[in-house]
Design a protein around this ligand. Structure first.
Ligand SMILES: CC/C=C\C/C=C\C/C=C\C/C=C\C/C=C\CCCC(=O)SCCNC(=O)CCNC(=O)[C@H](O)C(C)(C)COP(=O)(O)OP(=O)(O)OC[C@H]1O[C@@H](n2cnc3c(N)ncnc32)[C@H](O)[C@@H]1OP(=O)(O)O
Ligand SMILES: Cc1cc2nc3c(=O)[nH]c(=O)nc-3n(C[C@H](O)[C@H](O)[C@H](O)COP(=O)(O)OP(=O)(O)OC[C@H]3O[C@@H](n4cnc5c(N)ncnc54)[C@H](O)[C@@H]3O)c2cc1C
Length: 551
């Protein structure tokens, strides 16, 4: 995040100085925004940067324990510079949070600079190869030029000048990383399902009739139900990530031309897609582990590591709930635009036809299911706005009414995001397979239908509320879904092979291409230090005395 922030928040002159040094690794940096007391609520950060015109420096301070920076990757022992987000004070006025480039260690000795307190935050659920750190300042001075001045400036005399056209321009790196994380979620989920599907083709368990041989566990319908949604979701996330990247690039190009009109929609999209993709990837990676039984619990399966790594993405760069609520703000505004007869931006344009007051006629075709997801999102949004307004009418403030409605707001944002993802999944497959062979088209369409049927069956309660779906329609959809799993089964291993992930990347005894699962598990077990000697010294120190009653 260090380099993207240098690119996004520095003036051209600052970039010319800092970027070559960072890209050449002459300096190593990190992004220190979160504090012990605040991560989500950026406006509540407590670190201060107070401008002193006498010396033309900013004085950095950590006034409380909770103001200590906490979490930044590599901060503890690796980096010598960091971007510190701090409350800017000049001429006695606080201008809110701004980013600063701060040298924290000597470039030669690597000793922390006087006035800098830095250390490691300790072991975590995962990410233990990263030295996430804490950081505090005691009247530590940095040059005025170290304020990142693309979006706001402090002149030599201390005058504050706002440059950016958008109030949240300094949040740009977060938007960029959220966009990247959708791709990251797809990649890691593809790894997990490659491991679990390959293993399920090797693993045999139980024989339906006592005479016959044991079945590959991949032949069980329940196993297919666990795993094929993982493959389908990996594709859904990958295609949505490509689409989101294009939306991001287009918005960035527009901003460079001085047009910030599409930023709110990008923020709403990157927020909900980051939230849903990381949450889905984490829970489906855990599902892949379940699908591998006991061996999935081994570190050598690679799955615990993947889970620990990916579950953090649900939290960092904006917690799941918080980001869905950001999307919900955008949706409520879109609702008001529909009421006022104003035009809508592309990803919410479906709302303009959705508030008919009638249930959408159920249609089980893929297009029909996408329309149903849209109706569901619109229906949830409409009920949420009703709740919000009822609470306002009862005399509550907007903030109070909003807070009481946040469970529903999150539900509406999740439904909207699922509808957007489904629509993109379909249109990206159509776009990308124009020249593909019929077989490739068929397989990709099967996967995309698995995604639609799976989520329709997961949301039958909502569909009953907002569409005319009947009990027999649900029964028919369930049978269709189960039939689809059987159609995919013969190609399942080929489909995950097509992710083209090398053994070195999978790093799994269960998921290697050669399928030598048992040999690899045994070879990994031999690496346990406990296998280095026939009798461990703890036998003599503790077990034997205990057994002889001498403890
Ligand atoms: C380094 C990774 C690089 C690449 C990733 C690729 C691969 C990953 C591979 C491996 C990963 C390895 C290592 C990475 C590990 C960890 C990195 C983690 C880094 C971090 O976590 S950095 C810290 C991130 N912190 C957060 O995300 C904090 C979340 N909080 C917020 O974003 C905000 O506080 C907020 C949005 C919740 C609220 O902000 P606010 O209080 O200032 O605003 P309001 O709620 O009042 O809203 C006002 C208004 O502003 C709009 N808004 C808010 N944010 C934005 C934005 N970003 N852009 C545009 N507009 C924004 C909001 O919608 C409101 O608008 P409205 O019109 O008034 O409704
Ligand atoms: C592995 C890892 C690496 C990280 N790397 C970095 C880094 O490099 N740099 C950096 O600056 N930060 C980093 N972070 C910090 C990360 O960005 C924050 O942890 C994240 O933004 C969540 O903020 P928080 O911890 O304050 O959670 P909190 O906001 O305290 O969340 C706690 C709970 O409260 C809920 N909550 C909070 N506010 C509200 C609200 N308004 N409405 C409803 N519910 C609410 C949340 O949904 C959550 O359930 C990292 C974190 C992790 C786990």
């Amino acid at each position: 995040m260090f380099v993207p922030t240098l690119m996004g928040q520095c003036t051209p002159e600052q970039q010319a100085y800092w970027l070559p040094r960072a890209l050449d690794m002459q300096i190593i940096g990190t992004y220190a925004q979160t504090e012990l007391g605040h991560g989500t609520f950026i406006r509540g950060l407590e670190t201060t940067a107070t401008y002193d015109p006498e010396t033309e420096t900013f004085v950095m301070n950590s006034p409380t324990l909770t103001s200590y920076k906490w979490w930044a990757g590599g901060l503890a022992k690796t980096v010598n510079y960091c971007i510190v987000v701090a409350q800017l004070y000049t001429k006695g006025v606080c201008h809110g949070t701004h980013p600063f480039i701060v040298q924290i260690r000597d470039e030669e000795t690597h000793m922390p600079r006087p006035g800098v307190k830095v250390g490691d935050i300790g072991p975590k659920l995962g990410f233990n190869t990263a030295d996430n750190g804490y950081l505090g300042f005691d009247n530590y001075r940095i040059p005025r030029d170290n304020m990142m001045m693309k979006n706001a400036q402090v002149l030599k005399d201390g005058t504050y000048v706002k440059v950016a056209r958008h109030g949240k321009a300094t949040y740009g790196t977060m938007v960029f990383v959220r966009v990247l994380l959708v791709n990251e979620a797809a990649f890691n989920l593809a790894k997990a399902c490659t491991i679990a599907v390959r293993y399920s083709a090797i693993r045999r368990q139980c024989s339906p009739d006592s005479e016959g041989s044991e079945l590959q566990v991949l032949d069980y319908s329940t196993q297919q139900h666990k795993l094929f949604i993982c493959i389908a979701t990996a594709h859904a996330l990958q295609l949505n990530s490509t689409w989101l990247w294009k939306t991001f690039s287009d918005t960035l190009a527009a901003i460079k031309q001085g047009n910030v009109d599409t930023l709110p929609e990008l923020h709403a999209l990157s927020s909900c897609l980051k939230a849903l993709s990381t949450a889905d990837a984490a829970s489906l990676i855990e599902q892949c582990r379940h699908a591998c039984g006991g061996h999935g619990y081994m570190m050598s399966s690679g799955l615990p590591y993947l889970y620990a790594f990916v579950t953090a993405t649900r939290t960092y760069e904006g917690d799941y709930t918080i980001l869905l609520l950001q999307t919900a703000r955008f949706l409520v505004k879109a609702y008001e635009q529909v009421e006022a007869g104003k035009p809508l931006t592309p990803t919410v344009s479906y709302l303009s036809q959705a508030f008919t007051g009638k249930k959408l006629p159920w249609d089980s075709s893929p297009d029909g299911i996408i329309r149903a997801f849209q109706a569901l999102a619109a229906g949830k949004l409409s009920s949420t706005v009703k709740s919000l307004r009822k609470r306002l009418e009862s005399g509550l403030s907007y903030e109070q009414a909003w807070e009481l409605s946040t469970i529903q707001l999150n539900g509406a944002a999740e439904a909207h995001c699922r509808a957007v993802m489904s629509q993109n999944y379909k249109s990206e497959i159509e776009r990308l397979t124009v020249n593909s062979s019929p077989n490739v088209k068929l397989v990709l369409q099967q996967l995309y239908k698995v995604y639609l049927y799976y989520w329709a069956l997961e949301r039958t309660g909502d569909l009953l509320l907002y569409t005319s779906i009947s009990e027999s329609d649900i029964f028919e959809l369930q049978l269709r879904y189960e039939g689809l799993l059987k159609e995919i089964r013969p190609n399942a291993v080929g489909i995950v092979d097509a992710f083209d992930l090398r053994d070195e990347v999978l790093h799994s005894a269960l998921g290697s291409y050669d399928g030598n699962v048992y040999e690899r598990l045994m070879a990994e077990a031999q690496k346990s230090p406990l296998n280095a000697e026939p009798v461990n010294q703890t036998f003599h120190t503790y077990l034997k005395p205990m057994m002889k009653g001498k403890l």
